[in-house]
Structure formats: structure tokens, C-alpha cells
Design a protein around this ligand. Structure first.
Ligand SMILES: Nc1ncnc2c1ncn2[C@@H]1O[C@H](COP(=O)(O)OP(=O)(O)OP(=O)(O)O)[C@@H](O)[C@H]1O
Length: 357
């Protein structure tokens, strides 16, 4: 197990990068605490695999260093970094039994037979593979094969880090939820540093204690699931996390307050900065249909069982509100009220209001 430090990392796939646009990773400074459960979350192309490959040693960064417990490993090949990896698709030996597949990483390192047996059985129980230990891996479903792959990643207890790269891609949707919570449980038992890479917010938020959100080669926020949800530091986080995502509305800033489409909007606190683009961010959960507020027209209402998502239009701006119903009719004229404590201004994407208590 190790603390992982990424120091001033930058990476370009081009031989002579000319500017920031030529870097797949722009500048990454990060400390991953020993034993933590982390998720690396972002859309396709944001640089997750590049970062993972730099940590595992498959790729040497153009600039910066990777440290394991303070030791510089930037130049070390993957086999000298002592890490385990679980990929999108199962990496197992089809001709071997489930037992031998799980035992392989341990036998390969000369672990004695009694210890191998104890550890294989422990991991098999955790993954509910006990009854399948003697079956040949080739005869299993893709779900079970991926469970073995995970088991092979988890079986060694001497690794610096276990990295999961979109590990649930091949898993049946009905089983995904189960395996996600299983992984979380396993982390609590094993307490090895784990990094889970995904573009799926639900997977990231269920697994991780800390989520690292990336966009376009940059880390836009590191936080607990609650922090990312409650106070996004960037409009990208607000929009990417949550369903529907945060309402992001262009606004004017005057005298420390904000105006949207001519209406004054109360904020969590004073605006500290402005930029070329200033926007209000408020989550649908903090928008109410009220007697007073911003006049809007209901475009549609979707009943999601436990609550309703109302899509209202103010001019050509769309605002979503999560309400408990009853459903307003399409075309109904309503007023929208934002909860001031949960309404903030963003300048050029970054949070620009401060909370004064
Ligand atoms: N081998 C490569 N050569 C050139 N450019 C690459 C290479 N690998 C990735 N890139 C580029 O680097 C950027 C980051 O890609 P990366 O694969 O790290 O993102 P990602 O978040 O892992 O995406 P995905 O989830 O689709 O794998 C993208 O613009 C991608 O096109």
C-alpha cells in the first residue's frame, strides 16, 4: 500500500507540443492517501486513461513525477511498480479453473501453498465465487469472468495500489449495482489504495470516498460525493453530476448581486469575481414552483415516481425543477423560486460567490 503523489504532471502525445491545446493532461498535482478509495470521473477523452497509464508505468509523462510513498517511480516499468490492474474486459486464463486463476498472481510471486489457499478462499467468498472454484473459467458467463478478473486484482495484499479501469462495462445492468456495492465493501475490508476510473457518475459516487473530476486534461474538483453535489466548484461538475444536472443560466452581475433575464436573484453570498462569462448555477432540487419569483412557462413535466422533473422556459432559457407534484399542465404559467443558500455565481466556469456566515 502506498500514498501516491502526482507532481506537476503534464502529458502530450505530440513530439513538439505548441500550447495547452496539445496536452492530453494539462497540469496535474494530486496526493492520493494510503488506503483511500478514489474515483477518477470524466467524459470520454478527458485524459483518464492517460493518467492511469502514467501511474501504472505504461506511459512516461512528458513532464512531472509520480511518487509512491515519496519514492520517484516515474522511470520504472509497470512490473516494478507493484500494482494490480482490473480492465474493462476480463483478463483470465480460460483453460484454468477459477481457483487456479485466483491463485496465479500469488503463486507467481512464490507465496507458500497454505497462504495461497487461505487467500484464494477468502477472496472467493467475498466475491461469492465459492461454489465455482473448481469450474474451468471458459465455462463461465462474462459476469463471472469479470468477477475472477477483479479477484485476481484483489488477491495480493502487498500491492501499492489496485486500479480499476471501467470494470463494470461487461457486467449485466442488474448485477452492476450489486458488484459496485461489493467493491466498496471489499475496499473497507482490504484497505488498499484503490483508484476506480469511470465516466459513470453513479459508479464513481457509490464507490469512492473522494472523487476526482476531470475535464479536458484538467482536474476541476476533488471532493466527497456530497461536496460535488452540494457545492460544485465548476459548472462542469454541476452539470455532469446530478440528474438532471445543475441549471446554468447566463446572468449579469451588478453591485455584488446577480440578475437573470432582468430579475434579481438572491445568492449564497457576495460575488467575489467576474469574468467574460458569468452564470448562475442552481440545482433543480433547489428550484421551487412558487407564488412569487421568476415568471416561466411549463414545457413538460416528467413523473419519476418519487418526484417530478418540471422543465420550464424563461424566454429561450430552460430551467429544470425537481418538485413533489402535482404536475403542472404543459403551457401553464408559473413562477420559479431559487433557494438563495444554494444559488451561486460562476465566472468563466469557476465558482465566484463566497458564503458569509
Ligand atoms: N496514443 C495516443 N495518441 C495520440 N493521442 C491520444 C492517444 N491516447 C489518447 N489520446 C488523446 O488524448 C486525450 C485523452 O485521452 P484518454 O484516452 O486519456 O481519455 P479518457 O478520458 O480515458 O477517454 P476514454 O474514456 O474514451 O478512454 C484525447 O484527446 C485522446 O484523443
Amino acid at each position: 500500500m502506498a500514498k501516491i503523489t502526482l507532481e506537476k504532471l503534464r502529458h502530450s502525445y505530440l513530439p513538439n507540443p505548441a500550447g495547452a491545446q496539445d496536452y492530453a493532461l494539462k497540469e496535474i498535482d494530486l496526493d492520493w492517501t494510503d488506503g483511500g478509495a478514489y474515483a477518477l470521473l470524466g467524459p470520454s477523452g478527458c485524459g483518464k486513461s492517460t493518467l492511469l497509464n502514467i501511474i501504472s508505468g505504461l506511459l512516461t509523462p512528458s513532464e512531472g513525477r509520480v511518487l509512491f510513498d515519496g519514492r520517484d517511480v516515474t522511470g520504472l516499468p509497470p512490473d516494478q511498480r507493484n500494482i494490480a490492474q482490473v480492465f474493462q474486459f476480463p483478463v483470465i486464463y480460460d483453460t484454468m479453473s477459477v481457483y487456479d486463476n485466483l491463485a496465479f498472481p500469488l503463486r507467481n510471486r512464490g507465496v507458500d501453498a497454505a497462504r495461497v489457499d487461505a487467500r484464494v478462499r477468502e477472496i472467493a467468498t467475498m466475491l461469492e465465487l465459492d461454489g465455482q472454484l473448481q469450474i474451468r473459467a471458459a465455462n463461465l458467463t462474462p459476469d463471472s469472468k469479470q468477477k475472477i478478473s477483479m479477484g485476481r486484482g484483489l488477491v495480493r495484499d502487498d500491492v501499492n495500489v489496485i486500479m480499476f479501469d471501467e470494470p463494470l462495462t461487461v457486467i449485466d445492468p442488474a448485477l452492476k449495482w450489486k458488484l459496485r456495492s461489493k467493491l466498496k465493501e471489499l475496499h473497507q475490508k482490504i484497505a488498499v489504495t484503490m483508484i476506480y476510473v469511470t465516466h459513470d457518475q453513479t459508479e464513481a459516487l457509490t464507490f469512492a470516498d473522494q472523487v476526482v473530476v476531470m475535464q479536458d486534461g484538467v482536474i476541476v474538483q476533488i471532493g466527497t460525493p456530497v461536496e460535488l453535489f452540494e457545492r460544485p466548484q465548476h459548472t462542469f461538475v454541476g452539470h455532469f453530476i446530478g440528474s438532471p444536472g445543475m441549471n446554468i443560466l447566463p446572468c449579469e452581475v451588478t453591485g455584488g448581486g446577480a440578475r437573470f433575464e432582468g430579475h434579481a436573484v438572491a445568492l449564497e453570498g457576495p460575488v467575489t469575481r467576474t469574468g467574460a462569462l458569468t452564470e448562475i448555477g442552481v440545482r433543480p432540487e433547489h428550484v421551487r414552483l412558487a407564488d412569487d419569483g421568476i415568471p416561466a412557462v411549463v414545457h413538460k413535466a416528467a413523473d419519476l415516481g418519487r418526484h417530478m422533473v418540471v422543465e420550464a422556459h424563461v424566454g429561450d432559457r430552460v430551467i429544470n425543477a425537481v418538485t413533489d407534484g402535482p404536475a403542472p399542465a404543459q403551457g401553464a404559467r408559473v413562477h420559479l423560486a431559487f433557494d438563495p443558500a444554494q444559488t451561486r455565481v460562476y465566472a468563466d466556469g469557476w465558482i465566484a460567490t463566497e458564503v458569509t456566515r
